[in-house]
Design a protein around this ligand. Structure first.
Ligand SMILES: *Cc1c(COP(=O)(O)O)cnc(C)c1O
Length: 464
């Protein structure tokens, strides 16, 4: 690997420009197990390994950038979630976080169910042999073809998101001669992101049917009146990257109140309640996500308590973690290119990918960690911004990060916790070729989604 000298960048001891960062870790060589997937270590030579394979070998064999997915970790998280919720609840993996046929097979083998929200995700699920009855179909604007495909395939649940959709799904089911199981997605007036939740005025968004003003109760009335629909429960999803259970508490209470109202009005107790996904993960050492076991206990305690006080039998709970399962299981491996020290500011470190393989920093101001993984370094810490190679100044992968001051072109750096919403949101901006997903397990690596080629790009461009 080449090492070219470059002028030293600003050190953390110098002027610290604006930004959200904490002091650098005492030893930048330490890979915090909180943010790295389960089998990541650093070997005796200082090279990071995953499932026993050196990242330098992965880079040689598969190129960079690449998403490296720790299969054992993925499977362990699936099991942790299904064990935590036990046999009285169902875990649906939210496929939009990252979906491929291999992932569908792992989910199937580990006994999880699957959420999809488009025809493409449904096609992937079915192509990999996921039984349709274990699939739930979401979306605020499902097309007629998507509804038809889902009903025809026999999906276990369609989550109704609007008044129009109640009628559309009912008509399709009637035409196909089936009674489709459905839930109604309600907007409970709670929105939760990260460490906070807000419990007012969040009906102002595109998803679901508002509890406020009796909208949800009216949707229930209409769904119950249609023979081709079997209304099994109420669904609520309140946000993403949530650490605090308070938002779920309010959401569960409001959903249970609706169940009680349905019983009083219609004499039926709906048997299911889905509390959605959105559970947070550690992107940096500062984040403290809860364990699935704690989450399961908290949710089931809330629902049980609320049902008891409403005199209802406890319904079957389902949850839909996406990020919390796949997010921590992958990291993105990049090669360092240009390094620009900006005196008094920070050092810009360019990698061979960027916003095309991780849009979350630009889109949500997401925070990430980063580490030098191809060698150990005892150089002091320098404040950097890890940026991509795209034609946008907002093309930032890690806004504020400390890396060793002797970082050089050709070094490999890796950004952990990129399993969710990175490959699935990847783009071809600047005609970038989307990186492969390489699954590693027990000392073996295999491509589960291959790298795009220029041929792939040109195949879509019909040329006339
Ligand atoms: C996005 C989404 C999820 C998954 O969210 P995560 O933050 O990945 O856990 C679950 N349910 C619904 C309805 C969603 O839209």
């Amino acid at each position: 690997m080449s090492r070219s000298a470059h002028p030293a960048g600003p050190r953390h001891a110098d002027v610290l420009p604006e930004g959200h960062y904490t002091a650098p870790a005492a030893d930048l060589n330490v890979l915090d197990e909180k943010v790295w997937s389960r089998t990541v270590r650093r070997n005796g030579d200082g090279v990071a390994t995953v499932a026993g394979i050196e990242v330098t070998r992965l880079a040689e064999e598969f190129g960079t950038p690449a998403y490296i997915l720790d299969e054992a970790d993925f499977r362990a998280r699936c099991r942790a979630w299904s064990d935590a919720f036990g046999s009285d609840a169902d875990v649906y993996y939210a496929g939009k976080a990252f979906l491929s046929r291999a992932v569908v097979r792992w989910l199937h083998e580990e006994g999880l169910n699957l959420d999809v929200c488009s025809g493409g995700e449904l096609a992937t699920a079915l192509a990999a042999g996921m039984p349709a009855e274990r699939v739930a179909f979401h979306g605020n604007n499902k097309s007629a073809q998507e509804i038809e495909r889902a009903v025809e395939a026999g999906v276990g649940r369609i989550v109704l998101d609007s008044f129009q959709e109640i009628v559309r799904v009912a008509h399709t089911a009637r035409r196909l001669g089936v009674r489709q199981r459905v839930q109604i997605r309600v907007t409970v007036g709670v929105e939760a992101h990260t460490h906070e939740f807000i419990a007012t005025a969040h009906e102002d968004q595109k998803f679901g049917i508002a509890l406020a003003g009796g909208q949800a109760a009216e949707a229930v009335r209409r769904a119950l009146a249609l023979d081709s629909l079997e209304l099994t429960g109420i669904h609520s999803h309140i946000g993403s990257q949530i650490f605090d259970m308070a938002g779920f508490e309010v959401s569960a209470r409001r959903v249970v109140q609706l169940l009680a109202q349905i019983r009083d009005e219609h004499g039926v107790e709906l048997p299911e309640i889905d509390l959605g996904g959105g559970l947070g993960i550690a992107y940096t050492s500062e984040d403290d996500p809860r364990e699935p076991h704690d989450i399961a206990k908290a949710l089931s305690d809330i629902v049980t308590r609320e049902c008891e006080s409403a005199g209802l039998a406890t319904p079957r709970i389902s949850v839909e973690p996406g990020r919390a399962i796949v997010g921590p299981t992958a990291f993105t491996l990049y090669e360092v290119g240009t390094i620009k020290p900006l005196e008094g500011l920070r050092t810009y470190v360019s990698v061979d990918g960027g916003m095309s393989d991780n849009i979350r920093t630009a889109l949500y101001d997401a925070e990430y960690s980063v580490a030098l993984v191809s060698r150990r370094s005892d150089a002091e810490a320098m404040l950097t911004r890890v940026v991509g190679k795209h034609c946008e100044s907002g093309d930032i992968v890690v806004r504020d990060a400390f890396l060793p001051a002797d970082l050089a072109p050709g070094d490999l750096i890796a950004v952990p916790a990129t399993g969710a919403y990175c490959r699935s949101m990847a783009s071809n901006y600047n005609h970038a070729l989307r990186p492969p997903v390489v699954a590693v397990r027990d000392g073996a690596a295999r491509v589960i989604v291959r790298r795009e080629t220029e041929e792939d790009l040109l195949r879509l461009d019909v040329g006339e």
